[in-house]
Every structure is written in structure tokens, then in C-alpha cells.
Design a protein around this ligand. Structure first.
Ligand code: P6P
Length: 349
């Protein structure tokens, strides 16, 4: 009797079944992640159509783009991706509610379906300003537990610190489509095999090098930064002639998923600090469905994530669309950036 020897490469489904056997996740969370992954496959198809699919450009009518709560013009694909995720998660019985960058408020699962114990938050298509110029974009998601005794969750029930996340991930739609996921036991990458339509495990246990010589920031904001950020980047640019004693390289895709995937793969530090333009809003990037899921993925890969003054995952949220300054990536480099902020604050206290 020949035993069935599975192929060497594991599918996402097999990985999740083994995570469930290990007691890391329950069946409903496994179902939730599979549903989100299936939605990401659908989004990948839509994104991949480009100009052929009539999906480029702004949502709304010509000259009157629809705006989201962020005050940003919505792209057609923002709306399509949001609809795909909403529809995919509506009926499975694994979720109590959903929240999205593209929706003003959270939405409880409809009464006609059973409700589960989880809350799903997502940025359905991050970096969408890059879509029309064919640069990588992605979906970012975060999973929280619905508070005990809450049957119809409202916005305030999502306001849990990042340490409460049960799972987090993103899917990057680039030269290949790759899902990167953590359920609290390492960060793992799954590449979409388009021939069989399955995500296949391609990196188990991503590890971010503690040191780096590569930083990602939008340098056009330099004159608007606070003094500690000015000082930090000036020393990066001074390279081996300055106090850092080594030269640095810079990358900025302006698509957080692409920039974070690079640092998860080869190290680096990503930063979107406070600047005079976004300071009044608390920052540019959103805590609940951008910074927190990325922070969990990065910490699970041995990196660090901070607001510059506080561990990201310990920020107590005050609003569903709250914004924060972001420093994340190679642990020693994030700590260096935080030190510039700590020394500045101590000197000016
Ligand atoms: P800027 C995309 O709009 C986004 O939210 C992130 O994906 C990205 O890192 C950042 O904003 C880019 O911002 O100011 O460089 O366009």
C-alpha cells in the first residue's frame, strides 16, 4: 500500500490546518483567513486587468470623484476591492463585523446570517494612487476578537490595541501575488500559483535582519518634519562621513505594502513620521488597518514597530480611522530612530 506523500510545497489550506492542529488558531479563524485569501485572489484578478478591465481611474463621475472619510478620492479599484471583501465575509458566520478604510463606520454582519466571534478590519487596496501607473498595490487586514457579550459590534468595540490582534496580513499585487500572514507564531509568505489558483507556502518564518543600510521615507516632506526626524535622516544621508559610519540607500514606492514587503524580505526601515502637513491629524497612516497589522507582521519577523515615541502595538486607539506616525522594520534601525526622538524630547522637556 503506497502512502500518499504530499508534494513538498504546502498550500495555505494545509498550513492553516496544521496551525489549527497546533492549537494556534480555531476553526472559525481558519475559515476567516481562507475567506480573506480567496477575496484577495479575486482582487488580484481585478487589479491584473488594468486598462483592459475598465477598472482604472477614479470612482464616481468624471470631474466628481467619490471621496472617502479620509478625504481621498476613491479609485474604482478601491471600491471594487472593498465590495469583494464585504461580500466574501458577509455570510460565512465567522465574523461579527467589519471595518474598512473606505467606509465611514464599521458594519455588523447582517441579522440574516449567524455572527461569529471576530472583527475584521482592512484597507482593501492600499497604495491605490499607484494603480493607474502599474505599480504594486495591496490589501492589508487585521483580526480582533469581538468583545465578550457584544452581539452587534459598533465602532468602539474595534478600539483595541495592536497587541490584541489574533491575526494580521497583507496581499501584495505585484509581479506575483503574495499573501504574508501571521497568527502570532511567526510571519509566513504564500505565493499565488495561478495555474491551480492556490496560495503556496514559499517562506516559513520570515526574519528581518536587525541591521540595515536601506531606508524608506518620502523625502519631499523633509522641510516639514519635526527636529528629531530632521536630525535622524541628516545622519543617514551623511553616510560613512557622518556619525552613523556607513552609507545608506533609499527606496520609496509610496505603496506601504510594497515598501513593507521589501523590508520583510531583505531588511530596512520604513517611516512615515509626523510632518507639518499631517501633524494636526496625528499622522498620515492609519493605526487600525495599516500600522497595527504591519507592526504585528514585523514584530513576528523579529523587527520593531514604533510611533517614534511608543511601541506601535501598545497604542490605545481612540478612533476607527485614527492616524499615527510610523517607524517599522529592522530592529536596531528602528531603535536608532526612536533614540533621536527620545533624546530630542528629553532635551526639550
Ligand atoms: P505619500 C498610500 O496612499 C499610503 O497610504 C501608503 O500606502 C504609502 O506608504 C503612503 O500613503 C504614501 O504617501 O505621501 O508618499 O504619497
Amino acid at each position: 500500500m503506497s502512502s500518499i506523500t504530499p508534494t513538498s510545497r504546502h498550500s495555505l489550506t494545509r498550513f492553516l490546518i496544521e496551525e489549527e492542529r497546533a492549537g494556534h488558531i480555531g476553526p472559525d479563524l481558519r475559515l476567516l483567513i481562507e475567506v480573506v485569501a480567496r477575496a484577495c485572489k479575486r482582487i488580484s484578478i481585478e487589479v491584473g486587468k488594468g486598462a483592459l478591465g475598465g477598472v482604472l481611474g477614479d470612482a464616481g463621475t468624471p470631474g466628481a470623484a467619490s471621496m472617502n472619510i479620509q478625504g481621498e478620492a476613491q479609485k474604482k479599484l478601491d471600491v471594487i476591492a472593498n465590495d469583494v471583501l464585504m461580500e466574501a465575509n458577509a455570510w460565512g458566520g465567522h465574523l461579527a463585523g467589519l471595518a474598512s478604510e473606505e467606509m465611514d463606520h464599521s458594519v455588523p454582519i447582517d441579522d440574516m446570517y449567524p455572527r461569529g466571534n471576530y472583527l475584521l478590519l482592512f484597507d482593501p487596496l492600499d497604495g491605490s494612487s499607484n494603480i493607474d501607473v502599474n505599480i504594486s498595490v495591496g490589501t492589508i487586514f487585521s483580526v480582533l476578537r469581538c468583545p465578550e457579550g457584544v452581539t452587534v459590534p459598533a465602532d468602539e468595540h474595534y478600539l483595541q490595541p495592536g497587541t490584541s490582534q489574533l491575526a494580521a496580513g497583507y496581499c501584495t499585487y505585484g509581479p506575483n501575488t503574495t499573501l504574508v500572514l501571521t497568527v502570532g507564531h511567526g510571519t509566513h509568505a504564500f505565493t499565488l500559483d495561478r495555474e491551480i489558483g492556490s496560495f503556496m507556502l514559499t517562506t516559513r518564518g520570515m526574519q528581518i535582519p536587525a541591521e540595515t543600510q536601506e531606508f524608506a521615507v518620502n523625502m519631499s516632506n523633509q522641510r516639514h518634519w519635526q527636529p528629531p526626524m530632521q536630525a535622524y535622516v541628516a545622519d543617514l544621508l551623511a553616510g560613512k562621513t557622518g556619525p552613523r559610519g556607513k552609507d545608506f540607500n533609499m527606496r520609496w514606492v509610496a505603496s506601504m505594502v510594497a515598501d513593507v514587503h521589501r523590508l520583510l524580505t531583505r531588511g530596512g526601515i520604513f517611516s512615515y513620521p509626523l510632518d507639518a502637513k499631517c501633524e494636526a491629524k496625528g499622522g498620515k497612516l492609519r493605526l487600525m488597518y495599516e500600522a497595527n497589522p504591519m507592526a504585528m507582521l514585523v514584530e513576528q519577523a523579529g523587527g520593531a514597530a514604533s510611533t517614534g515615541r511608543q511601541r506601535m502595538l501598545e497604542v490605545q486607539p481612540t478612533g476607527l480611522h485614527q492616524r499615527v506616525p510610523v517607524f517599522l522594520g529592522s530592529r536596531n534601525e528602528v531603535e536608532a530612530a526612536v533614540t533621536y526622538h527620545r533624546q530630542h524630547d528629553a532635551a526639550t522637556a
